[in-house]
Design a protein around this ligand. Structure first.
Ligand code: SAM
Length: 282
């Protein structure tokens, strides 16, 4: 069943005995136009495999199934997973998995379900775990073309932020290291039931076609990034000094050589400068 208004959604929830669970980030889409825009933004087609996280009552799931080859949706809430599983029995191309997406072996799920198809993640994410979910999607090297995800607008801004802006963070760098992200459109609270307190945005992170920067030691690169933003108000030299054993005088020289300014803060460095520092620091 497609869900198009809060009234029909509330009716369906009553029938199934479901109340939106705040702790699980359950804000369901009730605006059909947003579903259409999300599908268009994802650029899926009838040959696409779609991995959805958090299908809820299935508004997006049903629409995805009309535009894709196959949809696999992972839902943590047992009642919702069970209800949705029954309601999609008639569809030949939807599979519901009752599991915690953060704990799933997503590479295995993709290999088992989408053989030969290009795979796209499309989801209205549960906001309480947006960052770890996106990091999981990107860090595990999944064979996905892109991830089109609804997130809080504040998070969307962080994902695409450039250096020297207030929204720039270690998360911005990770997203832009593994993908080419862009904000597709914003979504008002009235598009959901219950309405969240914040504005949302759909972001697409393109993995296919994005060249990951070459870094000798990725672990060290991210250690440098984390150290720089862990103490954001400190100069980069002082922030790095807390996490690396390099003598301060050498650290100063290194930062000065790479950035032309030994008093610079981490938030002012682009990814290429973080890479250079990670290659020279010890
Ligand atoms: N896709 C639906 C929609 O747009 O109407 C629901 C989106 S709602 C924002 C997030 C959904 O993610 C809820 O159904 C919630 O139960 C589910 N969820 C929360 N934590 C999850 C997790 N760790 N793994 C999988 N699903 C989760």
């Amino acid at each position: 069943m497609e869900i198009k208004s809060s009234a029909s959604l509330v009716r369906e929830m009553k029938k199934v005995g479901i109340k939106p669970n705040k702790a699980l980030g359950q804000n369901f889409i009730i605006d059909d136009n947003i579903l259409t825009k999300t599908i268009l933004a994802s650029e899926i087609n009838k040959k696409s495999g779609v991995l959805e996280i958090g299908p809820g009552l299935g508004a997006l799931t049903h629409r995805l199934s009309q535009h894709a080859l196959k949809v696999v949706s992972i839902e943590l809430d047992g009642k919702l997973a069970n209800h949705l599983g029954n309601s999609v029995l008639g569809y030949g191309n939807i599979k519901i998995i009752h599991a915690d997406a953060l704990k799933c072996d997503l590479n295995k799920i993709i290999a088992e379900n989408f053989e030969g198809a290009k795979v796209f993640v499309v989801a209205n994410l549960p906001y309480y775990i947006t960052t770890p979910l996106i990091m999981k999607l990107l860090e595990e090297g999944l064979p996905i073309s892109s991830a089109t995800v609804m997130v809080q607008n504040e998070v969307a801004k962080r994902i695409v932020a450039s250096h020297s802006t207030a929204d720039y963070s270690a998360f911005s760098i990770a997203c832009q290291f593994y993908s080419a992200p862009k904000v597709m459109f914003t979504v008002p609270p009235s598009a959901f039931y219950p309405p969240p307190k914040v504005t949302s945005a759909v972001v697409r992170l393109d993995v296919e076609g994005h060249t990951k920067p070459i870094v000798a030691d990725e672990r060290k690169f991210f250690k440098v990034v984390k150290a720089a933003f862990g103490q954001r108000r400190k100069t980069l030299v002082n922030a790095l000094g807390s996490s690396f054993d390099m003598p301060k005088a050498q650290l100063k020289q290194l930062v000065s050589d790479v950035c032309g300014n030994e008093n610079i803060r981490g938030e002012n460095l682009d990814i290429s400068k973080f890479i250079k520092i990670s290659e020279l620091i010890f």
